[in-house]
Design a binder for this molecule. Sequence first.
Ligand code: NAD
Length: 714
Amino acid sequence: MADALTLDVGPDGIAVATMNLAGRPMNVVNDELMLPLAAIAERLHTDATIKGLVLTSGKADFCAGGDIDMISKLESAQQAFDATMQMKAVLRRLETAGKPVVAAINGHALGGGLEIALACHARFVLNDPKLKLGQPEVKLGLLPGGGGTVRLPRLIGIQAALQLMAEGNDVSPGKAQGLGLVTDLAADRDELIAKARAWCLANPKAKQPWDQPKFRFPGGDSRSPAVVQMLAIGPSIASAKSWGNYPAIQHIMSCVFEGGLLDFDAASAVESRYFAACVMSPESRNLIGTLWYQLNAIKKGASRPAGIPSAKVMKLGILGAGMMGAGIAYVSAKAGIDVVLLDTSQDAAERGKAYSQGLLDAAVKKGRSSTEKRDALLAKIAPTTRYEDLAGCDLVIEAVFEDRAIKADVTKLAEAQIGASAVFASNTSTLPITGLAQASARPANFIGLHFFSPVDKMPLVEIIVGAQTAPETLARGFDYVLQIGKTPIVVNDSRGFYTSRVFGTYVMEGIAMLKEGVHPRSIEVAGLQAGMPMPPLALQDEVSLSLGLHVADQTKKDLAAEGKPFTEHPGLSVVRQLCEIGRIGKKAGQGFYDWPAEKGGEKSLWPELTRLYPTAAQQPGQRELIDRLLFAQANEAARCYEEGVLRSVADANIGSIFGWGFAPFQGGALQYINAMGAKRFVERARELAALHGARFEPAKVIVAMAERGGQFAD
Ligand code: NAD
């Protein structure tokens, strides 16, 4: 325990405390760190030889935040309340010794890490634009429970503090200095410690602003007119985005509002009460379970075959420089990979490269990149029409038209150029991988790497394992996805794989409602209330109705050829009808919506929609609509699990949130069932099936869980 914090008192009486938790890549706030910090705080009060304290870290980060393992083990609201009050007592002792305490922030200071720094009298930060400062707790359904909601508004003002805490986004040292969060920046570690030390010596009796007799909130407290106005509209602005699905946001606002009327200690206690409410909420359990534990498991390679040495892609070939190929080229070159970008004409290939140029020019303009970095990245992308240029590629990804014959053709041409051990991947969104691999001379090296659009923004890649894909091929695909900084999920081959298949149930359910006479606006609102980032009809317009119809028709044809039945979704006839009258979606300017021609214009629901599908006199309640939208997805995800398309629960949950935005606070498509309990899910699914059709009949795997107990778990 002694190792977690070492103390080195200099001849000037300034002590430097260095946080360095043993056996951990990063410092986190837990007992191991807080106990020695408490001892140091006491020593500040009692040891006259110590004149001041500089707090820094011996790791690459300053402190990454609360120990999630510890938070997850809190079993009651009382325990959560007590744990945070204990931490806050230590920080309060630290800042009230009548001696200067300075944070020398040498790396990320996030969550509880930033809260420790806020309890210091000054904060010096290494001027590294990649260094992050922030309170991201809200992203896991929590709030800063170590005094953040009390100190931050008192330091930088209520509005700026609320924004940082309610959105959970981090800021760079420069931006943090602009907000008043940072005292000064330092060029390197030596300067950082020297500046912190000098500040201690210059301010021997440092006191926090909030401990000064005439303290005023910068910008006013919760009673001042400007703040009152902002706080009055704050909740509606927040719920316009979150639809009340994220109680942590409301709790943060309550902490700041109530805390802004109270003295420091009372505000601290209020914060701990709201923190306890967050910890006990199903939303935080869902978010932590999926976006912390399951995501970390995935990143550590839970879905990667074990025992295969990791490999890096040095040279990548991309066939097809269209929307997807251009995006894949950009993210790969950004990761330092040499890219050969091939299309049927040099012009098309150059256009694909120009996509990167556009993104990089914008980044340079915004000061996020330099012209040198831009030029270095662009130099990594070689546009071509010559297959010979693919020689030496360790991986080739095809992103040509969604057409089996064209894909077969380019597979053969590329394989003739690349080495025997190179991997060939298809970015198909719908065509089964095993079928596409028939064109390959080495199907063991053939795999699906399904990217999402826009590639530079979407965090997920769905890796599809064909019937003959070798474990080595999977491992190399997996490593490549991590190499480009994306999150891989691994699924077995199937029509629509996992993401497209389940995503489709969401939009089609919304469309089926329209056909039944549900008012389109109620459908769209239900989608947002359910926690989806985009409502179903707007989303179908975005991906295009004609594409949806094409995929359904192709599926029908394929199933007929295989002698299998095709069950048409009731929403499909609506899609067909709209396509027949040219309303094929956003790209045509018209679908379920009229889309504005000019950028920045507002889309509006097509007024004739309710004439084509008359609104029923009796409208269902929103709960019914929300349940339908979520049950349709969760049930289909469970079917994917039952059929072995999904290989893990973590992949199911992360894939649903990162792939198509399944309501994050529910923790993902299978966690939705876990949190509700299989029994309740089955009961409600059967009710929905009786009312709306057999597609809601609960998957066998859920019925079995309802009968025998258990839940989806890896
Ligand atoms: P696109 O039409 O924008 O681009 C396709 C490119 O392939 C064009 O530049 C075309 O010239 C080129 N091409 C066609 N035949 C070729 C050949 N024989 N050799 C070399 N290049 C050839 O299409 P896209 O949206 O980029 O989609 C490409 C693939 O990615 C498709 O399989 C699609 O299903 C899949 N996909 C698309 C999305 C999406 O949102 N658009 C998402 C995931 C996967």
